[in-house]
Write a protein that binds this ligand. Structure first.
Ligand SMILES: Nc1ncnc2c1ncn2[C@@H]1O[C@H](COP(=O)(O)OP(=O)(O)OP(=O)(O)O)[C@@H](O)[C@H]1O
Ligand SMILES: O=P(O)(O)OC[C@H]1O[C@H](OP(=O)(O)OP(=O)(O)O)[C@H](O)[C@@H]1O
Length: 243
């Protein structure tokens, strides 16, 4: 019998909330090999194999079909899916991990209140300083797509792996694209979001891979798992999630 491969976050913001959501659905996740083991089990679904991965890795592996089902943020799915999200199905929002991916720029740029103003600034900046406007972010693909939608081409991305909000003050970039929930990090760094600067509203989701190899065994295990989450699942059926 083939085993359904479910990946859950091994660390970071989504880890504990994922365990809690599964436990609430009657699916307690155990780590028989101890806290440092990367394999887990669910007593109520003994055929299912649980793997602990980082949230961003879960997004990548769902898209490539190396795992069947996973819990991760929508932001990470959209970032990892270079050609749109047709390789996965967002099966169920889990009501935690809510945050927005936003464009943010210094409060002192009083003339920039919308993305269309940014297009003018980018062009001006290049003429005045002889260099491209720099955008610090880890969301390289989301940024490219959003800027292109708004007709902004004269910029360059500075890849950032942490403390992105510090980039404008430190001189590493002029503006940023990053995730925010309470907004306090943006405020503390004197950054503002243009009126149409929200790129994506994200939440943690149960996500199914359409590129995975869905045997009948695995579909039956998915059905059993979904049954535990049934309340609030809406009308999604196994065939919709695996077709
Ligand atoms: N305030 C917030 N800041 C950052 N992420 C948040 C916030 N609120 C919810 N999230 C969600 O949590 C995810 C980040 O989770 P986590 O810190 O585990 O990241 P990760 O990408 O797995 O880390 P790594 O970069 O180490 O692989 C975000 O992508 C988003 O979906
Ligand atoms: O809007 P807020 O509530 O202020 O949250 C936003 C901050 O939280 C995240 O950072 P985190 O603390 O996870 O650290 P990281 O930047 O190292 O990922 C994110 O990268 C922002 O910096």
């Amino acid at each position: 019998m083939s085993s359904l491969l479910l990946a859950v976050p091994s660390k970071g913001r989504l880890e504990q909330d994922t365990r809690d959501a599964f436990e609430k659905a009657g699916l307690k996740i155990d780590r028989p090999g101890g806290a440092r083991s990367y394999l887990g089990t669910i007593e109520a679904l003994p055929e299912v194999t649980v793997r602990f991965l980082s949230a961003s890795e879960i997004a990548r592996e769902l898209i490539s079909g190396k795992i069947d089902l996973g819990v991760t943020g929508e932001d990470l799915i959209h970032e990892a899916a270079e050609t749109g999200i047709n390789q996965v199905v967002i099966a169920k929002p889990l009501n935690f991990g809510q945050a927005d991916v936003v464009v943010a720029l210094p409060n002192s740029w009083i003339d920039v209140t919308a993305m269309r103003d940014l297009a003018d600034v980018a062009s001006d900046f290049r003429h005045r300083h002889g260099q491209w406007l720099r955008v610090a972010t880890k969301y390289v693909n989301l940024t490219r797509r959003y800027f292109s939608t708004h007709g902004i081409a004269e910029y360059r991305i500075v890849e950032s792996l942490g403390a992105t909000e510090a980039a404008p003050a430190s001189g590493a970039a002029e503006l940023i694209v990053d995730i925010t929930s309470s907004g306090s990090t943006l405020r503390a760094n004197e950054l503002k979001v243009p009126e149409d600067g929200v790129i994506l509203k994200s939440e943690a989701n149960l996500v199914a891979s359409k590129t995975a190899n869905w045997s009948e065994d695995k579909k039956a295990q998915l059905q059993a798992l979904l049954d535990h989450f049934r309340s609030g699942l809406g009308d999604a059926t196994v065939s919709e999630l695996t077709a």
